[in-house]
Design a binder for this molecule. Structure first.
Ligand code: CP
Ligand code: NVA
Length: 304
């Protein structure tokens, strides 16, 4: 039966570990995997802009011997030019997998429901599972372990935060979220992740200040204050989030030499200062690179 990746919740802790183990092999011996997806094609259906997600899936497919077809927002025009159901059924006759970057998360679920091929969420307003998998893989590379580490996410309780909550819980990391009132992650995600974390002996905690959230953190993570699709709220958000910036002063409350992470794109001077994101503890470009390696493992698992 085909398997989709809509959220990290769809994956067991064991499946995540298997993805990471395969990623290790892919990084070690690129040539060995150069034909595993030969003859396979991936459709990239994007309703929002992208650098990392688009390029890493495109190049990743190429490195595995397959190829991809990029479909820009105005080409498929999902749900407007034709229904999601008809798009799913048509693309399933041509391709072996579909990556969807969209607004409403229910679009991912609907595409997955009607597609005969695996559907991978390349970011929805609710979640960004490929990002969180690459993030945890990066942390695992740097610390040589995951269980028992503490990650502090400071900023908007958005798609990236939701996926990190599930990923940290499944992998046994403690996660603290520091968000302004009214911009916290979804209550359902917090409680679901909390339940999963309990089973792994880890914790999920929510704060309304950044200082409390970063206390004791091994990793400090942030994302933009205004996500794609929220542009008209940008001025208001700049005001609300001002005190949630990752800067040198805030990092005094985290563990010494805490890793700095950001999914990118970043706005230096807003959610993070240039000296921090470009400083010695920042791993943002390893993180970006790992998007491709981890996604290659996901593609092998789902498409082969
Ligand atoms: N981090 C991330 O998904 O980047 P893009 O929006 O450039 O794909
Ligand atoms: N939260 C951001 C992530 C971009 C990769 C957005 O949705 O725009």
């Amino acid at each position: 039966m085909k398997k989709d990746l809509a959220t990290i919740k769809d994956l067991s802790s064991k499946e995540i570990e298997e993805i990471f183990a395969l990623t290790d092999k892919l990084k070690k011996d690129k040539a060995k995997f150069s034909k595993v997806l030969s003859g396979k094609t991936l459709a990239l259906v994007f309703q929002k802009p992208s650098n990392r997600t688009r390029v890493s899936f495109d190049v990743g497919m190429y490195q595995l011997g397959g190829n991809s077809v990029y479909l820009a927002p105005n080409e498929i025009n999902l749900g407007v030019r034709e229904s999601i159901e008809d798009v799913a059924k048509t693309l399933s006759r041509y391709v072996d997998g579909i990556v969807l970057r969209t607004f409403e998360h229910k679009n991912v679920l609907e595409l997955a429901k009607f597609a005969a091929v695996p559907v991978i969420n390349g970011l929805s307003d609710f979640s960004h599972p490929c990002q969180a998998l690459a993030d945890l893989y990066t942390i695992r590379e740097k610390f040589k372990k995951l269980k028992g580490l503490s990650l502090a996410y400071v900023g908007d309780g958005n798609n990236v935060c939701h996926s990190l909550l599930f990923a940290c819980a499944k992998c046994g990391l403690n996660m603290n979220v520091g968000s302004p009132k009214g911009f916290e992650p979804s209550g359902t995600v917090l409680s679901d992740a909390g339940e999963i974390a309990k089973k792994q002996n880890s914790s999920v905690r929510l704060f309304n200040t950044s200082v409390e959230a970063v206390k004791g953190a091994d990793v400090v993570y942030t994302d933009v204050w205004t996500s794609m699709g929220q542009e008209e709220e940008s001025a208001k958000r700049k005001e609300v989030f001002k005190v949630f910036q990752i800067n040198k002063e805030l990092l005094k409350s985290a563990n010494k030499n805490a890793l700095i992470m950001h999914c990118l794109p970043a706005h230096r001077g807003e959610e993070i200062t240039a000296e921090v994101i470009d400083g010695p503890n920042s791993v943002v470009f390893d993180e970006a690179e790992n998007r491709m390696h981890v996604q290659k493992a996901i593609l092998i698992k789902l498409l082969r």
